[in-house]
Ligand binder design. Structure first.
Ligand code: ACM
Ligand code: ZN
Length: 760
C-alpha cells in the first residue's frame, strides 16, 4: 500500500491519543444520524480536489466496488474525478477493511483531518456507509472542504428494508438499480422485491413460461384512473407490463450485493394471484381462465387452491428457481389479504380441511403457509410473511412482517417469532405526504407526512426487552397502483425515506425531529445533484378555519421549524412582500385565503388555497337530526354541523357527522332571514365505506311545516377518488326562510359524512 495511506493511518493513531475533544461546534448534517461524532480541536479541514488520490487495496474483497460507487457519486455531486492509488500524491482518501476492528456489524470509523481521510470498517458494507457519510459531509459547492471530525457509527437494527411493488406498475431493470442506489445512500440493506401480485407476474420461471408470456401483461390503461379502468375487452391485446429475465435478476442481485443490499424476493401466495390464473387457471379453485386485471376493479376472490396437490407442486417448482436466483436467507411468501370465499365453496379445499382436521378456512390458510414454510426450511431458508399469517396459527420458524400496525409483530414476538415492523400509517410511503387536495391522486386516504414518517420507531411502546430482541428491524414499503414510473416513485420516497432510514439506523437518543429538519437543506441538495425527484410537500401550509359569531379566525400551520408564512386574501399568489403570518387573524368577508412558506424571497411550495365564508347565518344554530347519526361519527356533539369548525379534509375528526345510507337534518335559523347561498361539505373515504351522496336535496320553510325545494343534486357522478372532499354549493338569486332541510342518500350500508353547513 501507498505512502499516503500509511501517513493517514499514523495520524489516526496519533489522533486517538491526543487531538479529539467534543466541542459544541456546528453539528454535522448526516442522514441517518451517526452514533458518535467528535469534532477535532483543530479547526482544520480537508479539501477534496482533483489532486486527491483514492487509496485502497484492491485485493481486499469488496473494496474496489466501494471505491467505484464512491467515485460515481462524488462525480455526480461535485464533478470531481479522483485518481485511484496514484503514486507521489500528498493527500489521500483511504478505504480500508480491517477485520480486526472491534465494531458492531456494518459499523465504520471515519476520520477526517487536514492531511487525509481514513475510512475503516470490518466489512465492505461498513466501508460503503463510511463513504456515504463522508459524501454527506462535503459542502454543496467548491471548495469542497470537509471539517476535521471523527465519526464512529453502526446501525441499531440489522434489517433496514425498503419494499417496492413492481406488479401494479412495472419498473425496468435500470429503475430498480436506481432505487437500489437510493437505498444505499440511506444505509438501507434489504430490498424487499414484491415481484408478483394480481396485476402482473414479473419474474421469469423457466418451468412455467406462460407466467411471463401471459401473466406479465395486461391491457394498457396507463394514464387512466386506477379505479375507473375498463377491464380488458374481448379481442383486445394485453400490451402493458414486463418482467425480469433470470439474467436481469442475477444482475440486480449482484448490483445490490455491491451496495451491501440483500434482495429478499416476495412471491405472494395464496392470495394476490389473479395474474397466475391468466396463464395457469388450473391452480385456482374454480379453474377458470382470467385476464390480468387492469386496475382496482373486478379483481374478485381468486386464490390458489389449497386442496389440490398440483398447487403445491407449482409453488415448490417456482420457489426452486427463486432460490437459485436469490441467495437471501429470507424468502417472502406474502400471505396477506387472502379471500376465503372460494375455499368455502371448493370441494378440494373442503376435502383437505376434513383430512387435515382443520376447523375453518383460517386454519386452511395456516396449513398452506406451514407447508411452504417447511419446504423452504428443507432448503435452508426462512419464510417471511405479512402479519395475516398469524391467522389460524403461525408456522414454526416463520418471520412476521407487521403492517397492520404493531400488533401482529407484538403477537408474533410473544409466540417466539422474529418480526419486522412496517406499520402502514408510518411506513407506507405510497400514502399522501400532505393535504391530498394538492397531491397527486392516491390509492389510499391516509396522510403520512414527513413528521409522521419521522415519528416511527421500530420498537412500539411498552414492549418488554425480551420481546424487543425479536425485532429484526423495520422497513418502508411502496405500493405502486398510483405510481407509474421512477420519477413519481422518487417523489413519494424522498425525503420520507430518510426519516424511515434514521428510525432504523440511529440510536433513539441521537434522534431529534428539529435536527432532522435542519439536515433537510443538505440532503435535498444531494438528492437534487444526484438527479432524484424529491417532494417539497413538507413545506405545504395547512389553513385552518374557525368561524366566530361575526367573521372567521384563520390559523396557518406548518411542520417546519420557525416557519415564515406569507398569505393573501385577494386570490393572488403570495410573494415575499405579502403579509407575514404572525398568528391567527380574523376575516370578515367572504374570500380566498392563499398561504405559502418562504425562505427569504423564495416560495418553498405552491400556496394552499382555502375559501372562507365568514358571514355564516347558520353559525351555532340548532340542528335537528331527523335521521339519527351513526354512533361512531357523532362525537362532535349536537352543534358539530354549525359550530364553525370545518371537518379535516383528510382525516375523520370529530367535526364529521356520519349517517348510514340516509340523512335528514333541519336547521332552525331562529328567525326568517334573507338567504343567498348554502354550502355543504362532504367527505369521501372509500376505505372506510364513506361515500359522497348519490342524491342531495335542500328545501326551505318559513314556518317549519311547509317546505319548498331549493335545490336537488341528482345522480351525483360517483367520484372514484378514495379520498375526496367536496363542497356542494346551493346558489340562488335570494329567498326568505327560517328552516332549512337537508336530505341525502347514498348506497346501502355506506356512510354519508357531512360538515360544515354554512349559510350566506
Ligand atoms: C399489504 O399491504 N397488503 C401487505
Ligand atoms: Zn380449492
Amino acid at each position: 500500500m501507498k505512502r499516503v495511506l500509511f501517513g493517514v493511518l499514523a495520524l489516526a493513531v496519533l489522533g486517538g491519543i491526543m487531538v479529539f475533544a467534543e466541542q459544541p461546534r456546528r453539528k454535522v448534517h448526516v442522514i441517518p444520524e451517526p452514533v458518535e461524532v467528535k469534532h477535532h480541536r483543530w479547526h482544520r479541514s480537508f479539501e477534496v480536489t482533483h489532486a486527491v488520490s483514492l487509496e485502497y487495496d484492491a485485493s481486499q474483497e469488496g473494496t474496489a466496488a466501494v471505491a467505484d460507487f464512491f467515485d460515481r457519486q462524488l462525480q455526480l455531486l461535485t464533478g470531481l474525478h479522483l485518481g485511484h492509488n496514484l503514486p507521489n500524491v500528498a493527500k489521500g482518501i483511504a478505504l480500508v477493511i480491517d477485520t480486526t476492528l472491534n465494531l458492531p456489524d456494518e459499523g465504520y470509523l471515519l476520520e477526517v483531518s487536514r492531511k487525509g481521510v481514513l475510512l475503516r470498517a470490518n466489512s465492505s458494507s461498513g466501508l460503503l456507509y463510511a463513504a456515504e457519510t463522508f459524501l454527506q459531509l462535503m459542502p454543496q459547492e467548491a471548495p469542497y472542504r470537509v471539517q476535521s471530525v471523527t465519526i464512529k457509527d453502526y446501525p441499531r437494527f440489522g434489517w433496514r428494508g425498503a419494499m417496492l411493488d413492481v406488479s401494479r406498475h412495472f419498473f425496468p431493470k435500470e429503475d430498480v438499480m436506481r432505487f437500489l442506489d437510493i437505498l444505499a445512500l440511506h444505509k438501507i440493506n434489504r430490498f424487499h422485491w414484491h415481484l408478483t401480485d394480481n396485476h402482473g407476474w414479473r419474474i421469469e420461471i423457466k418451468k412455467y413460461p406462460l407466467l411471463t408470456e401471459v401473466a406479465a401483461w395486461r391491457a394498457d390503461r396507463l394514464g387512466q384512473h386506477w379505479k375507473k379502468r375498463l377491464p380488458q375487452q374481448e379481442g383486445e391485446k394485453a400490451t402493458y407490463g414486463g418482467y425480469y429475465t433470470q439474467d436481469d435478476i442475477r444482475q440486480i442481485v449482484a448490483y445490490a450485493d455491491r451496495l451491501g443490499i440483500t434482495v429478499v424476493p416476495e412471491i405472494d401466495m395464496p392470495g394476490h394471484t389473479v395474474a397466475v390464473f391468466s396463464a395457469y387457471p388450473e391452480f385456482s379453485c374454480e379453474g377458470k381462465r382470467l385476464t390480468v386485471p387492469v386496475g382496482g376493479v373486478a379483481i374478485g376472490n381468486s386464490v390458489l387452491c389449497a386442496g389440490k396437490e398440483e398447487t403445491f407442486e407449482f409453488v415448490e417448482n417456482v420457489l426452486d428457481e427463486v432460490l437459485d436466483l436469490f441467495p437471501s436467507k429470507y424468502i417472502h411468501i406474502g400471505g396477506d389479504e387472502v379471500s376465503k370465499t372460494q375455499w368455502k365453496k371448493c370441494p378440494a379445499c373442503q376435502q383437505r380441511m376434513a383430512e387435515e382436521k382443520l376447523a375453518d378456512e383460517e386454519e386452511l390458510q395456516s396449513y398452506f403457509i406451514r407447508r411452504v414454510t417447511r419446504y423452504l426450511q428443507t432448503k435452508g431458508r426462512v419464510a417471511v410473511g405479512w402479519d395475516e399469517i398469524l391467522q389460524g396459527g403461525l408456522a414454526d420458524g416463520a418471520v412476521v412482517m407487521s403492517w397492520r400496525g404493531y400488533e401482529g409483530g407484538r403477537e408474533a414476538a410473544r409466540q417466539g417469532h422474529d418480526v419486522i415492523m412496517t406499520p402502514s400509517l408510518m411506513c407506507y410511503l405510497n400514502f399522501y405526504q400532505a393535504n391530498p387536495e394538492f397531491e397527486p391522486s392516491n390509492r389510499s386516504a391516509f396522510v403520512t407526512s414527513l413528521r409522521t414518517a419521522y415519528s416511527f420507531d421500530p420498537v412500539p411502546q411498552n414492549m418488554s426487552k425480551k420481546l424487543v430482541d425479536r425485532i429484526l428491524g423495520a422497513q418502508a414499503c411502496v405500493w405502486t397502483e398510483y405510481i407509474p414510473d421512477s420519477h413519481h416513485l422518487e417523489y413519494m420516497l424522498l425525503p420520507r425515506l430518510g426519516a424511515t432510514a434514521e428510525a432504523m439506523w440511529s440510536a433513539p437518543e441521537t434522534r431529534s425531529w428539529t435536527h432532522f429538519l435542519e439536515k433537510q437543506r443538505e440532503i435535498r441538495s444531494i438528492y437534487g445533484r444526484l438527479g432524484y425527484n424529491f417532494s417539497r410537500s413538507s413545506f405545504r401550509v395547512d389553513v385552518k378555519v374557525n368561524y366566530l359569531s361575526n367573521g372567521a379566525k384563520i390559523a396557518l400551520e406548518s411542520e417546519q421549524l420557525d416557519p415564515v408564512i406569507r398569505y393573501t386574501t385577494d386570490g393572488t399568489v403570495p410573494t415575499a412582500e405579502s403579509p407575514l403570518y404572525m398568528g391567527p387573524f380574523r376575516i370578515k368577508e367572504r374570500c380566498q385565503v392563499m398561504a405559502a412558506l418562504f425562505r427569504g424571497d423564495t416560495l418553498m411550495e405552491s400556496p394552499t388555497i382555502q375559501w372562507v365564508v365568514p358571514q355564516n347565518q347558520a353559525y351555532r344554530k340548532q340542528v335537528e337530526y331527523v335521521t339519527p347519526r351513526f354512533t361512531k361519527y357523532r362525537s362532535g356533539g349536537a352543534m358539530a354541523l354549525t359550530d364553525g369548525k370545518y371537518g379535516d379534509k383528510f382525516r375523520v375528526n370529530e367535526n364529521w357527522q356520519g349517517f348510514e345510507e340516509k340523512m335528514e337534518v333541519v336547521i332552525d335559523l331562529e328567525k326568517v332571514r334573507d338567504l343567498k347561498q348554502i354550502d355543504l361539505g362532504f367527505l369521501q373515504m372509500t376505505e372506510r365505506k364513506m361515500l359522497f351522496p348519490e342524491r342531495l336535496e335542500v328545501s326551505s320553510s318559513i314556518d317549519g311545516n311547509t317546505y319548498s325545494l331549493v335545490k336537488i343534486y341528482d345522480h351525483i357522478d360517483p367520484d372514484e377518488r378514495s379520498l375526496a372532499y367536496e363542497n356542494f354549493p346551493v346558489r340562488t338569486g335570494g329567498f326568505k326562510a327560517r328552516y332549512l332541510k337537508i336530505s341525502a342518500k347514498t348506497e346501502p350500508h355506506k356512510l354519508i359524512m357531512i360538515d360544515e353547513i354554512t349559510v350566506d
